[in-house]
Ligand binder design. Structure first.
Ligand SMILES: NC(=O)c1ccc[n+]([C@@H]2O[C@H](COP(=O)([O-])OP(=O)(O)OC[C@H]3O[C@@H](n4cnc5c(N)ncnc54)[C@H](O)[C@@H]3O)[C@@H](O)[C@H]2O)c1
Length: 444
């Protein structure tokens, strides 16, 4: 099948590349000419494990091309995927302008190139967007087309694997013709029997928000349990094991930390909350989720202030991890942004290290924060002569350093760990002051 992917970011590039790898012919469109040129030159503008291998193969076998020309892509394809941004607008509602503007362009193009096409919306969009896209296109053309909702569930850092082996594919359409095209398109990815679930458009659109809101709630619930643990002298790691073995609860998404971030959970929780408000429904649990997450993101700073009795003058801290989670260079809504901003405001100087996200982080901070940070190229360089280490992201290389060396490299052996990476006894043996999340603190 011939597929066009409009928007070549994290979702679009993975979608296009994986479809091409499964044998479809794909053209990816982006308005960012520099990005398109890089892709044409074989450069991948994001860090996503495993993408290089499938990208190179798809290019070599001439099934993946890139363009800035929407008309060229439209003419080429029988299915057009929209993988466009839907950032939070005013009041947290999803900004649909990218999607609706492209829908209008597609409507015009149907008049020039009158062949049936399925327009597939992969962006995360509020309920009713498929109807809006259909109305906009239909207002420009009488030609036959279908609009399908096909939310994407890939996780950055595991996006290729998630796309190649989805636990499920959700397809929202009331058209049998479009449903059959979608089933054929996704068949190569569900050979092991995972379902393609066809439903109506509105349920499909809501499924994506329900999934992300549920996961954000699970994370937040566990962070609240961690906060209680700190107050009653319990250990959240043990509580996690105690409840995670209950199959009704499950082991995943139970790790306490410094809040969820990323390009999806924060904006999607806001967006579904806004949908509820628009429909006069008080979605109380999501109010709590958003408010707890906001405070959780800076909870480590509160612990630091308490430790230093509010005197952070002349302090230099090492920062390990800037991306919102490991295995990605994405820093959107990363807790590190909030923590470093607050520390900079309090006069702290920092040495920051991340294996992949330094460049994207630099582009996301204000001058005050930037002036307070020296970016370094190894994890050890971020430890040298610092008053404390702050761990923001659980990259693999931070999980098993020789912590016994810390007191010899650092000026003071103080570790504030937002990801609970080390065993408390090991921290004690290493001679660290070790303050983590939901666990007893260790003092030298
Ligand atoms: N990133 C994720 O992990 C993830 C997962 C599931 C769903 N989603 C959803 O997928 C959508 C896309 O997310 P993303 O992270 O890939 O965004 P992104 O910002 O990484 O990429 C969007 C791309 O669209 C391009 N673009 C903007 N306007 C365009 C236009 N008119 N024509 C062509 N290209 C245009 C941008 O230049 C950019 O390259 C969002 O709705 C998001 O919520 C994201």
């Amino acid at each position: 099948m011939k597929i066009a992917v409009i928007g070549t970011g994290y979702v679009g590039l993975v979608t296009g590349t994986c479809f091409a790898d499964s044998g479809h012919d794909v053209i990816c469109v982006d308005i960012d000419a520099e990005k398109v040129q890089k892709l044409k030159d074989g450069e991948i503008p994001i860090y996503e494990p495993g993408l290089r291998h499938v990208f190179d193969r798809a290019i070599r076998e001439e099934r993946l091309q890139f363009t800035t020309n929407l008309e060229e892509a439209f003419e080429f394809a029988s299915a057009v995927f929209l993988c466009l941004p839907t950032p939070p607008g005013a009041d947290g509602q999803a900004d649909l302008s990218f999607v609706l503007n492209v829908a209008a362009d597609l409507g015009e193009l149907f008049n020039k190139i009158p062949t049936y096409k399925v327009i597939v919306n992969k962006s995360t969009v509020p309920v009713g967007t498929a109807d809006k896209v259909r109305e906009i296109i239909a207002s420009k053309t009488d030609h036959e087309f279908d609009v399908v909702s096909n939310p994407e569930f890939l996780r950055e850092g595991a996006a290729v694997e998630d796309f190649m082996k989805p636990e499920r594919v959700v397809v929202g359409t009331s058209s049998d013709k479009a449903a059959n095209i979608m089933l054929a398109m996704y068949q190569p990815f569900v050979r092991s029997g995972n379902p393609i679930i066809v439903m109506d458009e509105r349920s499909s659109e809501l499924t994506k928000y329900a999934a992300n809101a549920m996961l954000a709630t699970k994370i937040t619930f566990m962070n609240e349990i961690a906060n209680i643990c700190e107050r009653v002298g319990a250990n959240v790691d043990q509580v996690r094991k105690g409840i995670g073995t209950d199959s009704r609860i499950g082991k995943r998404f139970l790790f306490a930390g410094i809040g969820y971030g990323g390009s999806c959970f924060p904006k999607d929780v806001q967006a579904i909350h806004h949908t509820a408000v628009m429909h006069h429904y008080d979605f109380k649990i999501l109010d709590a989720v958003m408010s707890v997450n906001d405070s959780q993101k800076v909870s480590l700073v509160e612990k630091i202030k308490l430790f230093y009795q509010n005197d952070l003058s002349n302090k230099v801290f090492g920062i390990w991890g800037l991306s919102f989670k490991p295995e990605t260079d994405d820093v959107r809504e990363a807790p590190s942004l909030y923590i470093t901003k607050e520390l900079a405001r309090l006069g702290v100087k920092m040495k920051a290290y991340d294996p992949e996200a330094i460049e994207s982080f630099k582009g996301s901070i204000d001058d005050e924060t930037s002036n307070a940070i020296e970016f370094v190229s190894t994890r050890d360089a971020a430890l040298e002569d610092v008053d404390a280490l702050i761990i923001c992201t659980e990259w693999n290389e931070f999980r098993r350093p020789d912590i016994n060396r810390f007191p010899h490299i650092m000026k003071s052996p103080n570790v504030f760990d937002g990801r609970n990476l080390y065993d408390l006894e090991d921290a004690q043996t290493a001679g660290l002051n070790y303050i983590s999340v939901g666990r007893p603190s260790v003092y030298v």
